[in-house]
Design a protein around this ligand. Structure first.
Ligand SMILES: [Zn+2]
Length: 1011
């Protein structure tokens, strides 16, 4: 009746005089109706099939017609046309590119659109980051960059997480990159198909997510999952080539269809309401790279809002996820509780998105290495004082931010896009390397010259980014004519470290002296042909030229480095009167009749059976741990079915095959005063070194895998297994983005009864820090140096996937086969990956100390810089040891400085992280504290403000604003968080898993002057 009447009136108006229609789009929420929140959005991948700049500029359109510049240009003009229209924007890497190109006039108009709520930034990091493969420090950094941009230009603080596309969702995303940055809610699309069905039936697609055991309800947020995907219901997509029927409401034209389309809208709304609590539903009106001609969408949404509201059965409105969140909150509902995470993700029976946990392992390794370098480089940039015009760390920060995108570090982009990410990081590194070199030169030169003019005369500190493949020109140079090599060893962590440093050298008569001039123990290990082959090929591939020298040995010595500081060591040629570096003894199986060889000069002993070269026992003489252990490799053959192949995203094995060692000929043991090494050439494409340091109680495994052979036409995914006899009851633990450990049970999910279709792929989880298993007596931990996939498919065993090379596309969009190669000129062969993992067995309850404290050392390795000295004057003219912090102080072993960064404004951003979870360790899972005065001795701290995690608002302000959700069946223990910081005492307390962020204004530089 109502509809009929209004249609008649419209008809009359138009028939009488006009063709121009005015649509009423001003609708807001109606309390007693079903409200359909229409949220216009474009999902703009920061690199995927095209590079970030190709997407931005609309280049390379033969791959895909996508131009983000068109999106932003046309959206802004459509918003200016009608003040009721709204749009959300998410990826700041794109927005910043666009913003920098606009006129002041347009910028003013855009600011107005932001202020009046038509344009809202949500999520607001540089990219929509992946949630499986990034480290939490990278997630924080990339979010901070975007949030600070939005705050600086618009004074806005994003309120909503919008992780619509990532392939699975992490606990750390919910609590750390959600609640702790000030979000009230989080929305996403992808989840396990079985879980989704259950949640639709039970109306639990929306809930409150408590991602951290330690921080509990203090870090929870409302979470909504779309019933299907992040696009509108079928029939409501309106890009110019889309097939949905537009509303045709002109009676003078054919195909008038207002009522049919209104009926479609109401039907789709009611269907969604049937699986949703409260009278609010949200439609994500857009999808990948949409709104390139924005008016094509807005025209239709205008009409739907107009006619649907005339119809009156449901209420349609322009909305944003913030408005939707507030409506959900106002409904005063008690929501179901969700803990842990949403891994692994399967969208169909045989389609587990667990391959990308390992895809592109060298890129993952590069991102991790550079992430740690960025942390260290910003510290050194801060010590020297930020350089206004010279090199800085910004480019590396930008490149790493983009690399966290869900098609970047995930390894799911096209090959040329992977190369583009790597190139950006390499350029950023080149600039940051200069920052590090000049800061070290500055800090070492302070002694000899009061005015620091000596900096130039120091000569440049060189660094060796290819040290992992034993390429380091400054250390390989033959020392002659009284010259010696100076090595500055920098420690980015807040506690003192003693670690063996290894560098390639060209001669054997060497002595190592510490900064006081005292000779210290050192060890030479011959570099074998396998390593030299890797070195020569890759130096040629990376630098375009062959190395001119060939190092003979690794030289190892123990560096002792103060917290947040450096120590220097001098390598010089030994005169025949000196006791030079100790040559390792080389043992091969031919040289003995013993059945067992024991490796390890300290507490840890590894037993190997000499006949097969197999690891058999792990024995720690200090804590009396004794356990049988087997270390093996195998591969999965990638399924090649057109139905579902194994590919860049998907892990779908069709069989598993052990990789047998091809005889014992290449089994060699090196022994010496600092470390023992076991070298094993398992086959022609797997080489492994197991290293036991005298002073450490873990085994370090360095693997070199590749090129994976594919001449049999079979793609392969290479795994390693560490197997013990622990009775672990199908239970294992993996970390969330390098932070909280989450309990996993084989073939089991907490939230629903799992129907097991893929018994291997469906039990794979992302690993960034490590994994462990335990029984009543022991725990076995394995830590990693980059993101990998892994599982515990057999009791007592941890399995890691280290490399994959596949021959079929998995039809999830990338449209390319994951078959990475490395080329010298036109000669290409399969990619070789070299990396490390670390193994330790502890009495049950003791493992956390190693996983957390040593885990942080893996993330932040010692940074080495090399200079040459003439004669003996270095020691007399330079500062040879330095710590930024008070000499009597170090950070507790459960605390790390994860950010120390002088911002462009001169304010210092400091982030402190507690490294332990509640209940994880009897000594370290406790409230801890850091004395800021001792972190910045000799400087005057003027003002300390505690900020939210992304540094865009004061913490107190954020806590006041955040919505307090009601949760069903919720009980929890007391949550420990540090209290306020007294401005006089300046002591920061940290509870388990707490991260606190501060802006500190410091008066420079009374600095280190008295040295
Ligand atoms: Zn995407």
């Amino acid at each position: 009746m109502n509809l009929l009447l209004s249609t008649l009136i419209l008809l009359w108006i138009c028939a009488a005089e006009c063709k121009y229609m005015v649509y009423d789009t001003a609708q807001t929420i109606k309390a007693h109706k079903l409200n359909v929140h229409l949220v216009p959005h474009s999902h703009d991948d920061v690199g995927w099939l095209k590079t970030v700049d190709q997407y931005y500029a609309g280049a390379n359109n033969s791959i895909r017609g996508a131009c983000v510049q068109n999106v932003l240009d046309s959206v802004i003009s459509a918003l200016l046309d009608d003040k009721n229209r709204k749009f959300i924007y998410v990826e700041i890497a794109f927005f910043q590119r666009w913003w920098n190109q606009q006129s002041e006039v347009l910028k003013t108009k855009v600011k107005e659109l932001v202020n009046n709520g038509q344009l809202e930034f949500i999520n607001g990091g540089m990219c929509m980051h992946d949630e499986a493969t990034p480290h939490y420090i990278d997630l924080i950094d990339q979010t901070t960059l975007g949030h600070m941009f939005i705050d600086r230009e618009f004074g806005q603080k994003p309120r909503v997480g919008w992780q619509i596309d990532p392939f699975g969702h992490s606990a750390v995303q919910a609590y750390l990159l959600g609640a702790e940055v000030g979000f009230d809610s989080l929305y996403f699309a992808r989840m396990d198909y079985q879980d989704r069905e259950k949640r639709k039936n039970e109306k639990t697609l929306e809930f409150v997510w408590r991602g951290s055991k330690s921080l509990g309800s203090s870090s929870q947020l409302f979470t909504g999952i779309f019933p299907r995907h992040y696009d509108p219901p079928d029939g409501f997509t309106f890009e110019i080539n889309d097939v949905s029927e537009p509303i045709q409401d002109d009676h003078l034209l054919f195909d008038y269809n207002v009522q049919e389309r209104v009926n479609d809208f109401v039907a789709a709304a009611v269907a969604q309401a049937n699986v949703t609590r409260t009278n609010h539903i949200m439609w994500a009106m857009g999808t990948d790279f949409r709104y390139q001609y924005a008016v094509s969408w807005f025209r239709q949404i205008d009409k739907f809002i107009h006619y649907v509201n005339l119809d009156g059965r449901v209420n349609a409105l322009y909305s944003t996820p913030s408005i939707y969140t507030d409506a959900k909150y106002a409904a005063d509902e008690t929501w179901p509780l969700k803990t842990d995470d949403f891994f692994p993700y399967a969208d169909k029976v045989n389609t587990y998105w667990t391959g990308y946990f390992t895809s592109r392992p060298t890129f993952k390794g590069y991102v991790r290495t550079m992430s740690a370098y960025y942390v260290a480089a910003r510290q050194l940039e801060f010590y020297k004082g930020r350089n206004g015009s010279g090199p800085n760390t910004n480019a590396l920060g930008d490149a790493l931010a983009i690399a966290q995108h869900h098609d970047a570090v995930s390894g799911t982009q096209r090959q040329h896009v992977a190369a583009d990410y790597a190139l950006r990081i390499a350029k950023g590194y080149a600039e940051a390397e200069k920052v590090v070199a000049s800061s070290l030169a500055f800090l070492t030169s302070l002694k000899s010259s009061g005015n620091h003019e000596n900096e130039k005369s120091v000569g440049t500190f060189q660094q060796c980014p290819l040290l992992n493949i034993s390429y380091c020109p400054p250390s390989e140079a033959v020392l002659s004519d009284g010259k010696s090599l100076v090595i500055a060893v920098y420690n980015p962590l807040g506690w003192k470290r003693e670690e063996v440093v290894r560098i390639p050298v060209s001669s054997h008569d060497l002595i190592v002296s510490d900064s006081s001039g005292k000779e210290i123990e050192s060890q030479l290990l011959p570099i074998f042909n396998a390593s030299l082959k890797t070195r020569d090929y890759h130096v040629k591939a990376y630098l375009g030229k062959s190395p001119t020298t060939t190092p003979q040995y690794w030289l190892g010595f123990t560096a002792s480095v103060p917290p947040l500081g450096f120590n220097t060591y001098i390598i010089s040629s030994a005169k025949h009167t000196d006791t030079s570096s100790a040559m390792s003894t080389v043992w091969t199986s031919d040289s003995t009749n013993d059945k067992t060889v024991i490796v390890g000069g300290g507490n840890l002993k590894l037993h190997y059976a000499t006949d097969e070269g197999k690891l058999t026992h792990y024995i720690n003489n200090r804590n009396l741990v004794e356990e049988s252990i087997v270390h093996s490799y195998s591969y999965y053959s990638g399924h090649n079915s057109t139905n579902q192949a194994s590919g860049a995203y998907i892990f779908r094995p069709s069989g598993t095959f052990p990789i047998k060692s091809e005889g014992q000929k290449a089994f060699a043991v090196l022994k010496g005063p600092l470390m023992d090494e076991v070298h094993q050439q398992l086959n022609s494409w797997i080489y492994q070194v197991t290293r036991v340091y005298k002073e450490k109680e873990h085994a370090e495994v360095e693997f070199t895998i590749g090129p994976i052979p594919i001449d049999d036409g079979v793609g392969k995914e290479i795994t390693t297994q560490i197997t013990t006899s622990l009775k672990t009851n199908k239970t294992f633990y993996t970390d969330s983005n390098g932070r909280d450990f989450i309990k996993r049970v084989l073939n089991y999910r907490t939230d629903w009864d799992l129907q097991v279709n893929e018994p291997v792929a469906g039990n794979y989880y992302p690993i960034n820090l490590g994994a462990y298993v335990k029984d009543e007596n022991l725990e076995l931990s394995v830590l990693v140096d980059r993101a990998v996939g892994g599982s515990s498919l057999v009791d007592g065993q941890i399995e890691l996937m280290l490399h994959r090379r596949l021959l079929f596309d998995d039809v999830k969009g990338v449209g390319e086969v994951l078959n990475e190669t490395i080329c010298v000129l036109d000669d290409c062969k399969g990619l070789v990956v070299q990396g490390k993992y670390y193994i330790r067995i502890d009495p049950v309850g003791d493992g956390a100390k190693w996983r957390r404290t040593f885990g942080q050392e893996i993330y932040s390795p010692l940074l080495l810089a090399f200079a040459e000295q003439d004669g003996n004057d270095w020691k007399n003219s330079h500062v040879s040891s330095f710590s930024m912090i008070d000499a009597s102080y170090n950070l507790p072993n459960n605390t790390a400085i994860i950010t120390l960064h002088e911002l462009e404004s001169g304010t210092v951003l400091l982030r402190l992280a507690h490294l332990y979870e509640v209940g994880e360790d009897k000594d370290y899972s406790v409230m801890t504290s850091v004395e800021l005065k001792k972190l910045f001795p000799n400087r005057k701290t003027r003002k300390v403000r505690e900020m939210n995690l992304s540094g865009n608002q004061e913490r107190g302000e954020m806590d006041k604003k955040r919505l307090k959700w009601k949760v069903k069946d919720s009980s929890e223990g007391k949550i420990a968080r540090g209290g306020g910081v007294d401005p006089e005492k300046l002591v920061v307390e940290l509870g388990p898993m707490e991260i606190r962020t501060f802006f500190i204004d410091i008066d420079n530089l009374i600095m280190f002057g008295s040295e």
